[in-house]
Design a protein around this ligand. Structure first.
Ligand code: NDP
Length: 329
């Protein structure tokens, strides 16, 4: 069997533990296809798995997301053919030249959508979609707060919330990101990196714009923003904590939800909003349609070679990026 290049993690740690290795090329088992990976998406979850924040069985190949071309079809696979472009968001092992995928995990990519674009839109697009439709379903006229609004999820979330009729207040960490978040449709952008105390300065700034507070906060930043997020909500608002880019939030006393105005705290994860095939297909087709119609703009920050995977992780973790990072094996 031909060797294929992949990134492997044999011990948890910093970006330096991402090692380029040669592994055996996968073969298509029943119900699976083997795909030549054109682009693998880099996501925050890859950094949590690498560092051990989400412990993994070692060794493992990182990367849950990508897009590529089917090169081999396993027994019993009827609706997919060799040469077809597909994308995925739930398969471990995407930082590699080839990956084996269960047919239930792949989405055929519409002809007019480039594979890079498909890889860039999957995981973060599906996430933004379930956040605005299901975690807190945005209503026309709502004001919502989106943290890291110029990030991968943030840019898509901002666009989808605006499309549903919301006024988006975004937070960002630089001048350049402020411009990018405004272009994505945010009406107001706050520089939380310049605030002395986010816990008090953020709600004051939000209430300067919307005196009663926002209907929902979408918070993927976590530790540094949680307190300020809670204090920015209006009565019975929705605190949607979906990530921990700055670190995990300390344990929360439920009484605080009472004091914040009977607010609802949720800590959702994508897998629970894509568990059923019908739901996955609805979300993926909405994302692809948005791209095809030009309603959803997917920003690719930078492409890296497989060898540069550590550099990509460093860039993502150091807040240096805006939009999607891709690896091109
Ligand atoms: P981003 O592109 O948004 O990158 C993270 C951004 O967070 C940074 O660019 C930075 O933006 C901001 N940030 C603030 N403080 C820090 C810090 N201390 N360290 C690093 N970044 C910081 O990443 P993604 O779009 O990939 O992911 C965003 C969040 O969404 C992550 O927490 C991720 O885990 C979560 N997520 C959750 C999912 C779910 O289903 N629950 C699914 C997918 C992602 P700025 O410079 O503007 O502050």
């Amino acid at each position: 069997m031909l060797p294929v290049r992949a990134i492997q993690v044999t011990r948890h740690g910093g970006p330096e533990v991402l090692e380029l290795v040669e592994l055996e090329r996968p073969v298509a088992t029943p119900g699976h296809v083997v795909v030549r990976v054109e682009a693998a998406g880099v996501n925050f979850i890859d950094t949590y798995q690498r560092s051990g924040a989400y412990p993994m069985d070692l060794p493992f190949v990182p990367g849950k997301e990508g897009a590529g071309t089917i090169v081999e079809v396993g027994e019993g696979v009827e609706h997919l053919v060799e040469g077809e472009g597909v994308a995925w968001a739930f398969t471990q092992g995407s930082y590699a030249e080839y990956v084996s995928l269960s047919v239930s995990d792949v989405y055929p990519v519409p002809e007019d959508v480039e594979l890079d674009m498909a890889a860039a839109a999957m995981l973060q697009g599906l996430t933004a979609h379930y956040l605005v439709t299901s975690s807190y379903a945005v209503m026309p006229g709502d004001a919502v707060l989106v943290h890291a609004a110029a990030g991968g999820v943030g840019l898509l979330l901002t666009q989808l919330a605006v499309a549903r009729g919301a006024t988006v207040i975004g937070t960002v960490g630089s001048d350049a990101k402020e411009r990018i978040a405004l272009q994505a449709g945010a009406s107001h952008v706050l520089r939380y990196d310049l605030m002395d105390d986010i816990a008090t300065d953020l709600p004051a700034a939000v209430r300067g714009i919307v005196p009663e507070g926002v209907a929902a906060v979408y918070d993927g930043v976590g530790r540094t923003t949680f307190d300020g997020s809670l204090a920015s909500l209006h009565r019975r608002g929705a605190m949607v904590l979906f990530g921990a880019a700055s670190g995990p939030v300390e344990p929360v006393d439920p009484q605080r939800l009472n004091s914040a105005g009977s607010v609802v705290l949720s800590r959702p994860t994508l897998a629970d909003f894509t568990a059923e095939a019908e739901e996955r297909e609805w979300r993926a087709s909405d994302i692809f349609h948005g791209i095809l119609l030009g309603d959803l703009s997917v920003r690719i920050d930078r492409g890296y070679s497989l060898e540069e995977a550590a550099e990509a992780h460093r860039a993502l973790e150091s807040r240096a990026t805006s939009g999607k990072l891709l690896l091109h094996p």
